[in-house]
Design a protein around this ligand. Structure first.
Ligand code: ACO
Length: 342
């Protein structure tokens, strides 16, 4: 007789976050570029951002967020089976930031790797880890989104340097038998990419020895790769593509917009966030908004928003969360999660 078929689901059992100590307000930016608080706040919803300290690295932010997530889950680093860091600002080209974080957490042995999906890194990472857990490959995965975006800014370009910030967010993902835990956990994900849009948003990568004739090797005056963006084109695409993908993930999971309790969006611009919420007919009381205090922390923004609202006790067991993000490439995507933590 055939044995009982176990259905595995991926649950978020720990959440953590870390923001560097230094806060840079819009007012502070007025002495760096020709801008003002009113312009930045009206166009983006941002008032301030955190900036990484000299000598601190993306891996330090990631490790701090990871420690808080492990503590929240009641686990030690030795309980993990895998560690994934989503980042577009790694400590170095190699080794991966994930291996550096593993070492800083005092662990070794289990696999550790980075994923690069820019601002969609956490949403991509959650889909990837969920698939690996449900396939039975891992039981417990630490997924971190961590960025030091301030290190890849052109601080003379007012159209980009006012938009970003630094930080890290982390979750512990654990396998549970669906028969023990009802319908909780990750419900499903939809991921998308279209590289034909890449000229609209990028940070080009210099390397010593690159041919000066190669157009892709251009860098800013300081010799560091810096973010270049055609803001209004990115804005228009983000609104359209996020509006589509939130519908796609609901259809994929056979769910309705009215079943969503919380939108946990990528925090790039309040106007993009509100446009997506409008599509779902969600009012302000159902949207996690941290862009005012964090700015755009790329792969860290979704887990940092999740961490803030979780720690404020606003996310309740049984509620449905819709996570979404959009980034350079373009890459975008969404996950649906039924919250199963107390
Ligand atoms: N302060 C004052 N004025 C400014 C600033 C600034 N910081 N930046 C630009 N301006 C000026 C421009 O020079 C322009 O002046 P002009 O009309 O004299 O030429 C004017 O403001 C309007 O500029 P726009 O770029 O048209 O302004 P817009 O309303 O589009 O807002 C913004 C710009 C906020 C960047 C918006 O386009 C946006 O949010 N885009 C999406 C950005 C985004 O989400 N990026 C991240 C997604 S992907 C990722 O996360 C990596």
């Amino acid at each position: 007789m055939a044995g009982r078929l176990n259905i595995i689901r991926t649950h978020i059992t720990g959440v953590g976050g870390y923001l560097p100590e230094r806060v840079m307000t819009n007012k502070d930016l007025e002495s760096i570029v020709d801008t003002d608080d009113a312009w930045i706040f009206e166009r983006t919803g941002i008032r301030e951002r955190h900036i990484i300290a000299d000598g601190q690295h993306t891996s330090d932010l990631a490790a701090a967020a990871a420690r808080q997530a492990l503590e929240d889950a009641g686990l030690s680093v030795d309980d993990l089976d895998a560690l994934i860091v989503a980042t577009t600002t790694p400590d170095m080209i190699f080794p991966s930031t994930a291996t550096i974080v593993q070492s800083k957490l005092g662990a070794s042995g289990f696999p550790a790797w980075d994923i690069q999906a820019v601002c969609s890194g956490f949403v991509y990472g959650l889909a990837q880890a969920d698939a690996m857990i449900r396939a039975g490959m891992f039981h417990r995965v630490l997924l971190i989104g961590a960025e030091s975006m301030s290190r890849i800014m052109d601080w003379t370009d007012r159209s980009t340097c006012v938009l970003f910030g630094d930080g890290a967010g982390a979750v512990i993902l654990e396998a549970r038998d669906a028969s023990e835990d009802g319908h909780g956990g990750v419900i499903g994900s939809v991921l998308k990419a279209d590289g034909s849009y890449r000229p609209l948003l990028m940070a080009r990568h210099p390397h010593p020895g690159a041919s000066p004739d190669m157009p892709d090797m251009a860098v800013d005056a300081a010799g560091v790769a810096a973010v270049e963006m055609q803001g209004n084109e990115v804005f228009r695409n983000a609104v359209n593509k996020l509006g589509e993908v939130v519908g796609d993930v609901l259809a994929h999971c056979s769910m309705q917009p009215a079943e969503v309790d919380w939108l946990i969006p990528h925090q790039a611009n309040i106007r993009i966030i509100l446009a997506t919420a409008k599509k779902l007919k969600l009012d302000a009381g159902h949207i996690a908004i941290t862009v005012e205090k964090h700015a755009n922390t790329s792969a860290a923004s979704v887990p940092l928003a999740l961490n803030s609202y979780y720690r404020e006790g606003r996310i309740r067991k049984g509620q449905v969360l819709l996570l979404e993000a959009f980034g350079a490439g373009f890459v975008w995507g969404a996950n649906l999660v039924r919250w199963s933590k107390d």
